[in-house]
Design a protein around this ligand. Structure first.
Ligand code: ATR
Length: 280
């Protein structure tokens, strides 16, 4: 059985995650775990919506009585254009959580990411090295700067890191950002991998420090086991994390935003780790 739908074929429902591709999404089972914990009779579907079709898809889903959606790649900028944004989220330029009826949106990715960093006792003022300057890096870099972290950016194509640094400095007065031509984790509390290199299992050109530096190697992507970036960090004795904790936390914040209820995080976390094979 298909565990996802094309938007024109979507069944009636309450909530959904929209993106393209969407078959791999673990959001339906994370939210289903939250509904089960409260005994809520709600449904959450994964629905494919290609670039450029978000507005039409949302109108269709509203007619099917959907209340809210998460959006993932490649729709987060389109969602930002569609919705009225919670004022504190306006600087991110990207939204992942929408209320279809009120046409309001919020970004729970950035606070989720910052909260997972705090979970590793990495606090504002620390130096964070971000690898990559693509779509996934943008909102995180702005959020880090806004929260008072110092930033070091590296991207394979350096001009994109320069552009991101400049855009962030314009949005966040006083932001402390440097762009480096080569990855350089010295003095850093965390090395954040936002590149898509993990997905193709490629190693990045990283001069890994010794375990004494207590660097956190944090890949915002995830796979069933360790990503290549995590494997490389682990082989140098470094602590590491992947995108699953952030995925659950952004879902928890979205659940609360929609329902007003505290998120049952333990159940939601169990749902993402218990089923290692997203395609079955
Ligand atoms: P996303 O929305 O997932 O961030 P993207 O906007 O296409 O996707 O950005 C992909 C990022 O991964 C870019 O920073 C890209 O570097 P370039 O700007 O030089 O293309 C980076 N990336 C992808 N594959 C990479 C690799 N093998 N090594 C280093 N960086 C890589």
């Amino acid at each position: 059985m298909n565990n996802w739908f094309e938007w024109r074929d979507a069944p009636p429902g309450d909530f959904a995650v929209l993106g393209d591709p969407i078959h791999h999404s673990r959001s339906p089972r994370i939210h289903a775990a939250a509904y089960a914990a409260y005994g809520l009779p709600l449904t959450y579907h994964a629905i494919r919506v290609p670039t450029g079709e978000l507005e039409a898809a949302l109108a269709h889903l509203e007619s099917l009585r959907y209340r809210g959606v998460n959006v993932t790649l490649p729709l987060k900028e389109e969602a930002f254009a569609w919705a009225e944004t919670e004022p504190r989220d306006a600087v991110y330029g990207a939204l992942n959580t929408l209320d279809i009826r009120t046409r309001f949106g919020t970004n729970t990715d950035v606070p989720a990411f910052l909260s997972t960093l705090r979970g590793f006792e990495i606090e504002p003022g620390a130096l964070i090295h971000v690898l990559g300057a693509g779509g996934s890096a943008k909102a995180l870099v702005v959020g880090l700067a806004q929260s008072g972290f110092r930033l070091r950016l590296w991207n394979r194509t350096q001009s994109k890191a320069d552009d991101l640094a400049q855009r962030t400095a314009e949005l966040i007065p006083g932001a402390r950002i440097e762009v480096v031509a080569e990855v350089s984790p010295t003095y850093c509390a965390a090395l954040i991998n936002t590149t898509s290199a993990s997905l193709s299992a490629e190693s990045l050109p990283i001069p890994w420090p010794s375990a004494a530096q207590n660097l956190l190697a944090y890949d915002i992507a995830y796979t069933d086991g360790l990503t290549r970036f995590q494997q490389d960090a682990a082989s140098h004795g470094l602590r590491h994390a992947d995108g699953r904790a952030m995925l659950v936390e952004q879902a928890a914040l979205a659940f609360t935003w929609w329902t007003g209820k505290e998120a049952p995080r333990t159940d939601m976390l169990a749902a993402v780790y218990e089923h290692p094979h997203p395609h079955t």
